[in-house]
Design a protein around this ligand. Structure first.
Ligand code: S3P
Length: 188
């Protein structure tokens, strides 16, 4: 059993961070916050426009600052953007201030779930599969590095995932502050 003030979901685009996060937050009585939505409401514009105007680097700076602020709170469930783990300072903060769940998903599922999506700038390309494969190769080790628990969402819908993941979290995570949050990854 590990103590951490917040629950955090990491994982690639289409892994279900927002839909599962909302349900898990209800289940555990936490406030749900989607980091991308926070960035959009603070800037008053879309992630796509931020990428267009400030480039990916500008977006990452906003993402880092937003997550640092969100993680300073307690009793929140934070759904991060798929690239949040790329930043080393964010990775440390996630581990310090959250019990981190890595939602795993395969490329075929991602492509299917995101087929109609036009809001993600990194997928504005004719060859989404190559982009998703490259991002997975770069980021998979980082998701694993920060995760306290890995959970495969490939074959389950949001409701079943919430039920199963909820049971695991009951066994493994205790809400609350601990000065030194032990990092100890398990896989489901
Ligand atoms: C990104 C994922 C998106 C969003 C942005 C960049 C990424 O979030 O932060 O489009 O780099 O993988 P979701 O994972 O919620 O789609």
């Amino acid at each position: 059993m590990q103590s951490a003030p917040n629950l955090v979901l990491v994982g690639p685009m289409g892994s279900g961070k927002s839909s599962i996060g909302r349900r898990l937050a209800d289940r555990f009585g936490l406030a749900f916050i989607d980091a991308d939505q926070q960035i959009e409401s603070r800037t008053g514009t879309s992630i796509r426009t931020i990428f267009e105007c400030e480039g990916e680097a500008g977006f990452r700076e906003r993402e880092r600052a937003t997550l640092a602020e969100l993680l300073s709170a307690s009793s929140t469930l934070i759904a991060t953007g798929g690239g949040a783990v790329v930043d080393p300072v964010t990775r440390s903060l996630l581990q310090e201030r959250g019990f981190v769940v890595y939602l795993k998903v395969g490329i075929a599922q991602q492509l299917a779930r995101l087929a109609r999506d036009r809001s993600r700038p990194l997928l504005a390309t004719d060859d989404r599969e190559s982009v998703l494969r490259r991002l997975a190769a770069e980021r998979e080790p980082l998701y694993v590095e920060v995760a306290d628990l890995c959970f495969d969402t490939d074959s389950l819908g949001a409701i079943d995932t919430t039920v199963k993941l909820g049971r695991l979290l009951e066994q493994q995570w205790r809400p609350g502050c601990q000065q030194t949050h032990q990092h100890n990854e398990t896989t489901a």
